[in-house]
Design a protein around this ligand. Structure first.
Ligand code: SAH
Ligand code: MG
Length: 210
């Protein structure tokens, strides 16, 4: 554990700790501690009440976001049946069924018009090769002045200049796609975007008002 994670973890929620242990044991790629704290602080600073998440996995990030305030409502989309099952159990166990709605669907196929916008925050954290598609499809549901945050833009550090070049063809393809997304999102008209080296790399886009 890093020095800062060690320092910052003092007040971490025990239920989240249990879930993160489960994620580790089962190799579920949940958000980093640092990323989770960043999301929470963004939510509080911007008084975010309505969140749309793409990629629920076991429900860890959704629960972390919901716990910031009982008035926050989260809609989260997951396509994998085994993840859906675990997420449902997690939400129930956390007593957060009234705050979190799980949509069991592939986010690229789901009819986004069935969702009631506007959302204050869109959190994109699903298939890494498809972040652009998720952004195009769901960002129109974000209110003006609202936020779009995308996770894993450094892909475990592999996008960084000093990272060892992966020998795996699929990994190299994925790195190329994420690199393409990073340039695309930074230059996306209508949004003011920065990419931060927080956690596994996160972009924060503010939807322009004008
Ligand atoms: N946000 C979670 C981690 C998500 S991991 C957390 O930090 O706790 C990514 C998840 O996205 C996986 O469970 C995967 O099944 C899901 N996913 C990938 N592509 C998807 C798609 N097109 N639609 C819905 N879910 C998708
Ligand atoms: Mg992630």
């Amino acid at each position: 554990m890093s020095y800062l994670d060690d320092l910052n973890q003092k007040h971490d929620d025990t239920h989240l700790k249990t879930l993160s242990l489960y994620a580790k044991e089962n190799s579920v790629p949940i958000i980093t501690d640092e990323g989770r704290r960043f999301l929470s602080q963004m939510i509080r600073l911007n008084q975010v009440k309505r969140v749309l998440e793409i990629g629920t996995a076991i429900g860890y990030s959704a629960i972390a976001m919901a716990k910031n305030d009982p008035s926050i409502q989260i809609v989260t989309i997951e396509r994998d049946p085994s993840m859906q099952k675990k997420a449902k159990a997690s939400f129930k166990e956390a007593g957060l069924n009234h705050q979190i709605t799980l949509i069991e669907a592939d986010a690229l196929e789901y009819d986004e018009n069935a969702l009631k916008g506007p959302f204050d925050l869109l959190f994109i954290d699903a298939a890494k090769a498809q972040s652009e598609g998720f952004f195009e499809k769901y960002a129109p549901l974000v209110k003006k002045g609202g936020l779009v945050i995308t996770d894993n833009l450094l892909f475990h550090g592999l996008l960084e200049a000093d990272a060892p070049r992966s020998g795996n063809r699929n990994t190299r393809q994925l790195i190329k796609k994420i690199d393409h997304f990073n340039h695309w999102v930074l230059n996306r008209p209508g949004y003011d975007t920065q990419i931060y080296s927080i956690g596994d790399g996160m972009s924060l886009s503010i939807k322009r008002i004008d």
